[in-house]
Design a protein around this ligand. Structure first.
Ligand SMILES: [Ca+2]
Length: 481
């Protein structure tokens, strides 16, 4: 080869790899209802998650990552970068449609259940920039007019208004679990008995990777696991039941088996990326949409809490840490520091900004609730220029009454709407929120309360109202999930 051609080849190869490294593929794996302490790398004991733990060693693992406290609100923040309170999407879709609990002291704040077409999703931004965009799994952001196809996704495999499948076993359909409504998972019609949903969704996501060819892809792989119904493969359940011992933090063998299967599937898709030579040019996010579910589930055959978020207090629905603190890991080859942990508080809206930045796209001026985390991925001990994070759940759930909260560095204040009482905690000394110290720090209470009220006004949060028909007695209107 003549010298000129050698130089030209070197330039072309060099240029291609430079361009590719500037614009990675994006694989965003979202678990459903996975608690902060459910993974080995976050301290689980019964559960076994070797593949996700290994992924954590290649990623930046966030120890103070937050989501909203239930499904649809978090998903709306991920898609838009806007706080759920600003969007008025503050409860899961079916709960919003039912209008909330009926015989309670407060009427719940009104919530939307369709993600408005006026919102520009992360998928739409990436689609416009030339990405192949696919939602595989759970959508939960509105009826058919607001499905993923209407929000910037080229491909929708499985996404509907529903927040959970009837069953994890093929054909994934039926009635009864969520009332008389017939639920099914579209685009998974061909299968066979014994096929398990998390395995199938992973297979579908791998097909999208192969289909993309040279086009950059954004795959939002939103698993239904480990949400109810708690169902798992019998061999795995037997193995975890045999491993159980009384001193363990986690005690649910079926949930442990379900978690193990999700871990297997995270491993499978990471292996698939590697086998296609795409691992070095794919940004991978693993996260959960809210804290672990601490109710029981009949499908598991066990009348006991599904998980335990200890050392955190409470679980899904609540604004105590167990309801909102979640696992989050990000591996961005060439950018993120492998094997680092980051203790800076971050929140799901930040993922929107970070993914936009990874694709070299500008930050929209009207999206101000999150920040680009690139600086933390490069330097995980650095700090963000952000004073506080805010949380909002103006609804009832078995873990809470209507509530809002602010976390400002180590301080956390919760304000409950039924009687306006506040609770103050210092998370540095009291991660489990066991020692309520508002009486000892009246000035801090005032400061945080003012900050919280100011934020609620600034986002136009819809408030709960007094229920004039309330009669003391049993609550009614338990909402479907
Ligand atoms: Ca969830």
């Amino acid at each position: 080869m003549k010298p000129f051609l050698v130089l030209l080849s070197a330039f072309v190869i060099g240029h291609t790899s430079f361009a590719a490294s500037q614009r990675p593929n994006i694989l965003f794996i979202l678990a459903d209802d996975m608690g902060w302490a459910d993974l080995g790398c976050y301290g689980a004991d019964l559960h076994e998650t070797p593949r996700i733990d290994a992924f954590a060693k290649e990623s930046v693992r966030f120890t103070n990552a937050y989501a909203m406290s239930v499904c649809s609100p978090t998903r709306s923040t991920l898609m838009t970068g806007k706080h759920a309170a600003r969007l008025h999407f503050t409860i899961w879709a079916e709960g919003a449609q039912q209008g909330g609990a009926k015989n309670r002291k407060l009427r719940e704040a009104p919530s939307i259940w369709n993600l408005p077409h006026t919102e520009t999703t992360i998928a739409k931004h990436l689609q416009d920039a030339g990405y192949l965009t696919a939602l595989v799994g759970k959508w939960h952001l509105g009826d058919w007019e607001h499905y993923p196809e209407a929000h910037g996704f080229d491909i929708n495999i499985g996404g509907t208004n529903w927040g959970a499948p009837q069953t994890f076993w093929w054909p994934y359909s039926g009635t009864g679990r969520f009332g008389p409504e017939f639920r099914y998972v579209p685009h998974l019609e061909f299968g066979k008995p014994g096929e398990y949903l998390t395995d199938r969704l992973t297979n579908e996501a791998m097909k999208v990777i192969d289909h993309a060819g040279d086009q950059p892809f954004f795959i939002y792989l939103a698993h239904h696991s480990v949400h109810t119904p708690i169902e798992a493969k019998e061999d795995d359940v037997t193995r975890f039941d045999a491993k159980l011992s009384p001193e363990m933090h986690h005690q649910h063998g079926v949930y442990a088996a379900m978690t193990k299967n999700l871990d297997d599937n995270v491993g499978r898709i990471l292996d698939h990326l590697k086998s296609r030579g795409l691992d070095k040019n794919t940004l991978v996010v693993f996260a959960s949409d809210n804290g672990g579910y601490v109710g029981s589930d009949k499908a598991s055959g066990r009348n006991m809490p599904v998980t335990n978020n200890a050392p955190l207090r409470s679980g899904k629905g609540s604004l105590y840490e167990g309801g909102i603190r979640v696992p989050l890991m990000i591996r961005w080859p060439g950018v993120s520091q492998a094997g680092a942990t980051c203790d800076e508080p971050v929140v799901t809206m930040d993922i929107f900004n970070t993914l936009l930045a990874s694709a070299g796209l500008p930050q929209p001026a009207d999206v101000t609730d999150g920040v680009d985390l690139t600086s933390l991925l490069k330097s995980p001990t650095s700090k963000l220029q952000r004073d506080a994070l805010f949380f909002y759940y103006p609804h009832y759930y078995h873990t809470t009454t209507p509530v809002s909260a602010v976390r400002a560095r180590d301080w956390k204040l919760l304000e409950f709407f039924e009687d306006d009482h506040v609770e103050l905690y210092n998370l540095k000394d009291d991660l489990g929120e066991e020692h309520e110290i508002s009486k000892d720090h009246p000035e801090k209470v005032k400061e945080l309360r003012d900050q919280l009220h100011g934020w609620r006004e600034s986002v136009g949060a819809a408030l709960p109202s007094v229920n004039p028909d309330f009669k003391p007695g049993p609550a009614k209107g338990k909402a479907k999930r």
